[in-house]
Design a protein around this ligand. Structure first.
Ligand code: 13P
Length: 249
């Protein structure tokens, strides 16, 4: 039976104390959950959350990372610092980074390669805006985000890459892609990966869906052949919603 990858992106929410409380509640609520689970608190709470989940099976994630190892880069957080805190997975290329902070595919690619070269897993986020979808450009946009995001990534490193398909119009809006629509885009993503890395790698690739995933829609989404997990925003901020999402089966 396949193991789903359910990840919580806490975005810019919660103080250190609130993050620790949530992390402990999740650790206890999910201790008998057989899925792969990750939580990504804000940078300021990573250290405390690392302690709170120590010894359990929840993976510590980060929401972003600088493109350089270290140096004069005011305001950035380095891969070395994340590893030092026990971070195992880093979310890269989130649409909020792309659209609000101007991250382009070349920058995302530098981060992806750096994270992988240091042994981190990465969740590479891709997705189209409503305008791009309605203009018939979904495949061009998502295809480019994948090809450029993974440029120079050796086939041997692909098992540490998850792709999260997050249609921008579905993030934080309460609008979810239908399971059928999401599955069709995930199938397209597999064909792009097959073109780059071959059909076996495409089959094995973990593809998460993200965008208004909630306890009442998660099971229908996960039932689809090409959906291997979820990247959850708003509903990852409360045990009452994240625990049932992770325990959807
Ligand atoms: P929401 O679940 O709040 O729509 O956010 C999705 C997301 O952006 C996760 O990275």
């Amino acid at each position: 039976m396949r193991k789903y990858f359910i990840a919580g992106n806490w975005k810019m929410h919660k103080t250190v104390a609130e993050s620790v409380t949530l992390a402990k509640d999740l650790a206890s609520g999910l201790k008998d959950c057989g899925e792969k689970i990750m939580i990504a608190p804000a940078f300021t709470a990573l250290s405390a959350v690392a302690d709170a989940i120590k010894g359990g099976s929840i993976l510590l994630g980060a929401q972003n990372m600088g493109p350089e190892e270290q140096g004069a880069h005011t305001g950035e957080v380095s891969v070395l610092m994340l590893k030092d805190l026990g971070v195992k997975v880093v979310i890269l290329g989130h649409s909020e980074r792309r659209h609000a902070y101007g991250e382009d595919d070349a920058l995302v690619n530098r981060k992806v390669r750096l994270a992988l070269s240091h042994g981190l897993e990465t969740i590479l986020c891709v997705g189209e805006t409503l305008e791009e979808r309605e203009g018939g450009r979904l495949e061009a946009i998502v295809g480019t985000q994948i090809r450029e995001g993974l440029a120079g990534v050796a086939p041997g490193l692909l098992d540490r890459v998850t792709i999260a398909y997050e249609p921008v119009w579905a993030i934080g809006t309460g609008k979810t892609a239908t399971p059928e629509d999401a599955d069709a885009v995930h199938a397209f993503i597999r064909t792009v990966i097959a073109g780059l890395y071959g059909p076996e790698s495409a089959k094995k690739l973990c593809i998460q869906y993200g965008g208004s995933v909630k306890p009442d829609n998660v099971a229908q989404l996960m039932a689809k052949d090409n959906i291997d997990g979820a990247l959850v925003g708003g509903a990852s901020l409360k045990p009452e919603t994240f625990v049932p999402i992770a325990k959807f089966r």
